[in-house]
Design a protein around this ligand. Structure first.
Ligand code: CP3
Length: 350
């Protein structure tokens, strides 16, 4: 890792990533990879032999180390702090485990359960993540951006009400129909907590945050507008007021992408189902776009990866485009495919 003072972040330094998110011209497009610290990396698997995921994410030092692993191996343009969307929820007294996805000890299935959630002091929200951000900041090269993140209120509510990730989240959708007021109160609580958490991440040293709405697509547009939108909007607004740049990631919700595009965020990230060029044509004058190679293509090896990357670079205008996958990198991805992706993106500068 570079340790010289000159290599460290100074407030004047604006990274390639930060400039692309502001839709400024850059010598090439920036690249980072959703879930870039993870099981496809031998060095991550090695640490996982000694520590459980909760131990890794629960220790600021270990989380900082894991955050830096992909940055040491590949010249990526952003690091994303190693944590989980569930990390801030202990502040609301929520207990959960991972098996391998989140499993909530006592799912929230009544108005009384929503109203019993304690008020959280913003300093008690995932202090280990805030500390890890400060540690990573000191080690990160000046040209590499640091991203924070959180789960969108709706995606967090999905795990809290359903109890775990199950196909189509039927209990969540039933709860939305039976207890819309209680769901709204839950989303409102999550929205306020996440805004406070993201603002603390900004104070600790991230220049931008990504909001993951992994389960965005479960509702009809009309239900989404009525129940979900106001809370997501107020959270994004509060974070923007604090001077932190925002990327909104919308997964598997082609029927909602136009609605999401109207929310206050500098960047819009989408999965591989969406035509990124068409999205850029519609919104590129106000939003950077991020994405969106199908992560499964990388598991097919370096050649298909290179072809997919070249086709994406060909189709999507460079200005205001941050290259990424359409969802998290898969555990069985060969490291050589990630290298091929990096090379394809870097070739643009030559
Ligand atoms: O690159 C990074 O450092 C990313 C860190 C990160 C994790 N989770 C670590 C993690 C991020 C950004 C997340 C976000 C997250 N977590 C989302 C949103 C993004 C998405 O994938 O849609 C969601 C829905 C979750 C919930 C979650 N946590 C699931 C579904 C799982 C299990 C399956 C899986 O995708 O890995 C987790 C556990 C988890 N979170 C792991 C990691 C590295 C796996 C733990 C391990 O076995 O090593």
């Amino acid at each position: 890792m570079t340790g010289t003072a000159a290599a460290r972040i100074s407030p004047e330094t604006r990274t390639l990533f930060d400039r692309a998110l502001d839709r400024e011209p850059t010598p090439r497009r920036p690249l980072w990879i959703n879930r870039q610290a993870g099981r496809y990396l031998p060095e991550y698997r090695k640490l996982r032999e000694r520590y459980g995921f909760k131990e890794l994410a629960g220790s600021a030092e270990l989380a900082a180390e894991v955050t830096l692993q992909p940055i040491r191996r590949f010249p990526l343009d952003a690091a994303i702090i190693f944590a989980d969307i569930m990390s801030p929820l202990p502040a609301l007294g929520i207990e959960f485990d991972f098996a391998p996805g989140p499993v909530v000890a006592e799912p929230i299935r009544s108005a009384a359960a929503v109203d019993a959630l304690p008020e959280a002091d913003s300093k008690s929200v995932a202090p280990e993540v805030i500390e890890a951000i400060a540690l990573v900041r000191r080690e990160l090269p000046a040209h590499t951006a640091l991203l924070g993140f959180c789960g969108a209120p709706w995606t967090l509510a999905a795990y809290l009400v359903e109890g775990r990730g199950v196909k189509d989240f039927p209990r969540l959708r039933a709860f939305a129909a039976e207890q819309p007021r209680a769901l709204e109160r839950l989303l409102e609580r999550l929205s306020r907590l996440m805004a406070a958490y993201l603002i603390r991440q900004g104070q600790a040293g991230v220049s931008a945050i990504q909001v993951f709405d992994s389960w965005a697509g479960l509702l009809s547009r009309a239900s989404w507008e009525r129940l979900v939108r106001p809370h997501l909007e107020s959270m994004l607004h509060a974070v923007g007021e604090a001077g932190i740049s925002r990327i909104l990631f919308v997964n598997n919700a082609p029927h909602l992408v136009e609605a999401y595009a109207g929310l206050p965020a500098e960047g819009l990230a989408v999965d591989w189902r969406i035509d990124l060029r068409a999205l850029q044509e519609r919104h590129g004058d106000r939003r950077a776009v991020q994405g969106n190679i199908d992560p499964a293509i990388l598991t097919a090896g370096p050649e298909p990866t290179r072809a997919a990357a070249e086709s994406l670079l060909d189709q999507v205008r460079a200005r205001g485009h941050i290259v990424n996958l359409g969802h998290g990198v898969l555990p069985n991805t060969p490291v050589e495919s990630v290298e091929a992706l990096v090379q394809a993106v870097h070739r643009e500068a030559q």
